[in-house]
Design a protein around this ligand. Structure first.
Ligand code: ZN
Ligand code: ZN
Length: 361
């Protein structure tokens, strides 16, 4: 008689797995399912998790990841979620990146991986293609991200948001300048620029948005003496997405909220995400995917993507902006409901899907 059941795919297990997570890949998307004692809690519907066909972009994502010691605590202590915050972010960063596997031009989509504690450290700038070459599975990628967080975070007793955001900004600027060689990245490339209609109550305007996103998350708060500064705020359009892992009344929440960009399509909705319960694990993975694919900014953007994925999220106060006013249907991701599609900020996604989970071996 099975004792455990996966929270995501409902696969039953007689004994718990080594790390408490579901091992039923590829049917169960890596990192999303964990084992619950049978009958103890509701299981999510098996909702046909199909990786999003992303839009083939040359571009850059800067992942600025908090690796401070507090990340070693249980991610959601009130729940049956079996991982630490390190594990939570490593698995979902890996899962989010992995869902870009089917995008074309993977060789020109770059990922800058950086960790921070009291100081930030850029670990690498690599193309998504190279990341896939170096890691055979999302599990291997998650392991390597987790080891990086645990072992390479400078000054892990502290959380210095300012220096982390500043480094992310400098990398972003170098990308826009077409030369990342100062950071050990590529040179002589042209950043892709997307014209986007930014709408507001009073007017619409055309702005150019470079195909770059910076994502910073923390589970703490800025705890060095200087006040929070945000160099992204001086840009025509900020590309800084932020997330907080922890309780919603923590001090770090308002700090991260204040740093987040305003979405050019869904403003005043902004690019802040709160990860405060196991139900938000899908959201976390979605943010990593959205940032890595440089495809969106806010929870409404993510909502549109997840509709394409047929993922139904539990009720979420973060999605209040997502129900209204999607832009003109123009391009995109396969969706059950074309009227909900919006103009993609990235290039038209490729229709091909050779690596989608539908291959289902
Ligand atoms: Zn599963
Ligand atoms: Zn948006």
């Amino acid at each position: 008689m099975p004792q455990y059941i996966c929270s995501q795919c409902n696969k039953e297990y007689d004994t718990i797995t080594a790390d408490g997570f579901c091992t039923n890949q590829p049917e169960c998307e890596f990192g999303t399912g964990w084992l619950r004692e049978k009958g103890s809690a509701k299981s999510a519907d098996d909702s046909g998790l199909t990786p999003l066909e992303f839009g083939n972009e040359a571009g850059l994502c800067i992942l600025m990841m908090d690796g401070s010691f507090s990340m070693n605590e249980p991610a959601f202590p009130e729940s049956d979620y079996p991982g630490t915050r390190y594990k939570l972010v490593a698995m979902n960063a890996a899962g989010g990146i992995w869902s870009l596997k089917s995008m074309t031009h993977r060789e020109s989509a770059y990922l800058a991986l950086a960790v921070f504690g009291g100081e930030p450290k850029l670990v690498s700038i690599k193309s998504v293609e190279d990341i896939f070459k170096e890691h055979d599975t999302p599990e291997a990628l998650a392991d390597s991200i987790q080891k990086t967080l645990e072992n390479e975070t400078p000054d892990a007793r502290f959380t210095n948001i300012n220096s982390a955001v500043q480094l992310a900004y400098e990398i972003k600027q170098a990308f826009i300048g077409g030369d990342l060689s100062g950071f050990g990245g590529p040179t002589d490339f042209k950043p892709v620029i997307h014209p986007v209609v930014r709408g507001s109550e009073e007017r619409e305007e055309f702005i150019d948005i470079p195909n770059v996103r910076a994502l910073i998350y923390t589970d703490g708060e800025h705890n060095v003496t200087s006040a929070i500064k945000n160099p992204f705020a001086g840009d025509e359009q900020s590309v800084l997405i932020t997330a907080f892992i922890g309780e919603k009344d923590a001090k770090g929440v308002s700090q991260m909220q204040g740093l987040a960009c305003t979405c050019p399509k869904h403003g005043p909705a902004n690019g802040f995400f709160l990860i405060d319960s196991p139900e938000r694990v899908q959201t976390l993975r979605g943010i990593f995917r959205m940032a890595s694919g440089a495809s969106g900014f806010c929870s409404a953007c993510l909502h549109v993507e997840q509709k394409g994925l047929e993922i139904t999220e539990p009720e979420s106060d973060l999605e209040e902006a997502g129900e209204s006013g999607a832009g003109p249907a123009e391009t995109g991701v396969d969706s059950e409901n074309p009227s909900d599609k919006e103009e993609s900020i990235v290039d038209t996604p490729a229709p091909q899907s050779e690596t989608s989970s539908s291959q289902g071996t």
